[in-house]
Design a binder for this molecule. Structure first.
Ligand code: ADP
Length: 641
């Protein structure tokens, strides 16, 4: 009943005092963290910018070295690059087989058509194939390769028309071995191989055709003959078909060839007015982004054309230490597949961009931060300690408020208990005092009272005085116990005799309220006891047994000696004690709920004293109770043998 919490306003006040600094603390902490993050971001941005500058400088140096090699006319280029030179009517590629076709090819030797006029006359006009075959056969033995090749071509044609396909094929085979001459500006070797293929195709000789197709495809691609784009594609389409190769995916030499063509067109058209100049650029050819370094004048044009793989292996790889050291990822965005070095970037990662306009490099250079950045370690460590600090502060503040609230509640509860105690004590005094006054008044106002009535009045006065005396003694005793000044004088006593005496003294008082007190003891039970203190303890239990049994009912007192212990029990048939209260009733000033509800007077110190006295006797008090049925309090003391 006294354990109500502190008032709401007090809790609100304490909470306010705690909450305001707490909120301020949290707000400050948040701001601190935000500023820390901004700082971290700035540092990362600085590193990424520095990385971009270092990368650009390194790329300038690397590209510069390649440009110097180009200017010096180097022929040594890796697979993923080709150097081209344009001069008056000349286009050269190095290595030659890196370019599938050229915008301009040298004119090959070619025999005049007049040489074959007689044979062709026989073949077409006179339709004398036999004679024509003989004429072309003679010419095919000429030491001049241009005449020999022109004759073999016509011989094969006539043989085919004469139905002698095997001989025609042999003539084509012989012809395909001759290089350096052309017929109708197409190299004769190419013409012969192609004509053989057509023948095999017509004869449906599939396996031979596939083998021939593969050879032709390889020869075309490796620039066995120097070809222009139209010738290359004209024959190349059939060669790919015969060999069964998928011709939709462009080959590197074709990509280079297209780039060379585009550069040639540009140089040829700007050449008349061209100043000596140089440049670096990205160029799209057949879906591939190539990088071009060029030096140009109106007399010549040199260019180095490289693939993304070259950029990667020759230039970007050399940047790996910078990328690693600066903890960045590098991308060259307008060179798509020429791009990445380092790990993939986070979406909102700090980045630095250097554009082509700023750097004169062929690509934009973009550097981004790679997670986790090195700064992260310092910052996250700092943030962790910050968070830990805040958590500590907040928990300390919470703990402090909890302790304050608890201490204040306790103080308030004690103050309340004490004021209740004072009220209860005053109440306890009032009853005997009222009786005393009434009977004293009666005796004074009625001097002629008969003897019987007079005795009743004296008895009542005596009982009231006795009650007052006990009350005062009890309070004094409690005061001494509280101050720790209570001294016990232990002497060997017979417990049965002691308890019997207390019961006897109490009986008349109990009978006034209609309670019978029975005492059952079985023989003497020796104990070490302070007579006065133990009597008070038993007396208190008897008082309670009567007080908390509103209806007249018996009170049974028992004493038993068992197993070296003496059990003094007081059993009543009163209101009983709810289970949840049993642990508290021995605390000083504590009063049960029912005691208050039923208006049973008391000070809340009776059982506290019993407990204290029994403990001093090295014993304990047990309670057994059933609400509505009654209670048994048992004092257990060590028996003296
Ligand atoms: P008080 O009797 O003055 O209130 P006590 O310390 O003697 O103080 O008792 C504490 C509480 O224990 C009482 O308020 C009452 O609720 C409960 N109590 C003690 N003895 C009994 C009993 N015999 N029957 C029922 N309740 C009891």
């Amino acid at each position: 009943m006294f354990s109500k919490g502190p008032s709401r306003s007090l809790v609100a006040l304490i909470a306010g005092i705690t909450v305001v600094p707490l909120v301020t603390l949290l707000w400050l902490g948040r701001r601190l963290m935000e500023e820390d993050r901004v700082l971290e971001h700035q540092q990362i941005q600085q590193r990424v910018e520095r990385g971009a500058d270092l990368v650009v400088a390194a790329l300038q140096r690397l590209v510069g070295v390649s440009e110097q090699r180009l200017a010096a006319g180097s022929q040594q280029w890796p697979d993923d690059a080709v150097a081209v030179t344009f001069r008056d009517g000349v286009v050269e590629a190095s290595p030659r087989d890196h370019v599938a076709y050229l915008p301009l090819v040298p004119q090959l030797r070619e025999a005049s058509v007049a040489t074959f006029a007689h044979g062709e006359d026989l073949e077409f006009r006179q339709r004398d194939l036999k004679a024509a075959i003989s004429v072309f056969g003679d010419l095919a033995r000429s030491p001049d390769p241009s005449i020999r090749s022109g004759a073999l071509l016509r011989l094969a044609r006539s043989l085919h028309n004469a139905g002698r396909d095997e001989s025609a094929l042999a003539a084509y085979a012989q012809l395909s071995e001759i290089d350096g001459v052309s017929v109708g500006r197409v190299p004769t070797g190419l013409l012969a191989t192609y004509a053989r293929g057509k023948l095999l195709e017509r004869q449906q000789r599939a396996s031979e055709l596939r083998a021939l197709g593969a050879d032709l495809d390889r020869d075309l691609h490796s620039q066995r003959w120097m070809l222009t784009a139209p010738v290359y594609w004209l024959y190349g389409a059939d060669a790919a078909k015969w060999s069964g190769r998928d011709s939709t995916a462009p080959r590197q030499a074709e990509v280079f060839a297209d780039a060379v063509g585009a550069l040639w067109d540009r140089w040829s058209s700007t050449r008349p007015t061209a100043q000596a100049s140089s440049g670096r650029e990205s160029l799209e050819a057949r879906g591939q982004t190539l990088t071009v370094l060029w030096q140009s004048s109106n007399r010549s044009f040199h260019a180095l054309i490289v693939t993304p793989a070259f950029v990667e292996s020759q230039w970007l790889t050399a940047l790996a230490p910078i990328v690693k050291e600066q903890h960045i990822a590098l991308a060259l965005p307008n060179a798509e597949r020429q791009s990445a070095l380092g790990a993939s970037e986070a979406p909102a990662a700090p980045r630095a961009t250097r554009t082509t306009a700023e750097t004169a490099l062929p690509w934009n250079v973009v550097t981004t931060n790679v997670d986790p950045p090195p700064e992260d370690r310092d910052f996250s460590r700092r943030r962790q300690s910050l968070i830990a600090g805040f958590v500590l502060l907040v928990s300390m503040a919470l703990m402090a408020s909890y302790l304050i609230i608890r201490a204040v509640s306790r103080e308030l509860a004690v103050a309340r208990l004490q004021s209740d105690f004072v009220a209860a004590v005053s109440h306890e005094f009032r009853t005997p005092l009222t009786a005393l006054r009434q009977f004293t008044d009666m005796l004074r106002e009625h001097p002629a009272l008969d003897d019987d009535r007079r005795r009743i009045a004296y008895d009542a006065q005596s009982r009231a005085t006795e009650r007052l005396t006990r009350l005062v003694e009890s309070l004094l005793d409690f005061g001494r116990m509280e101050a720790g000044a209570r001294r016990y004088r232990f002497e060997p006593r017979d417990g049965t005799e002691l308890v019997g005496r207390v019961v006897e003294d109490f009986r008349s008082e109990a009978s006034a309220t209609g309670h019978e007190v029975e005492f059952r003891g079985n023989g003497s039970a020796l104990i070490d006891a302070d007579d006065e203190a133990l009597s008070r303890a038993v007396r208190n239990l008897l008082d309670n047994a009567v007080k908390y049994s509103p209806e007249p009912s018996p009170v049974e007192v028992g004493l038993e000696r068992r197993n070296g212990q003496v059990f003094i029990s007081v059993h009543d048939y009163g209101i009983g004690i709810p289970a949840h209260e049993r642990a508290d009733i021995f605390a000083k000033f504590h009063r049960g709920e029912h005691a208050a509800i039923k208006g049973i007077k008391g000070t809340g110190i009776g059982l506290a004293m019993v407990d204290e006295i029994v403990r001093a006797h090295h014993g304990r008090v047990d309670v057994d109770s059933e609400p509505g049925k009654g209670s048994t309090f048992t004092i257990v003391l060590p028996a003296k043998s």
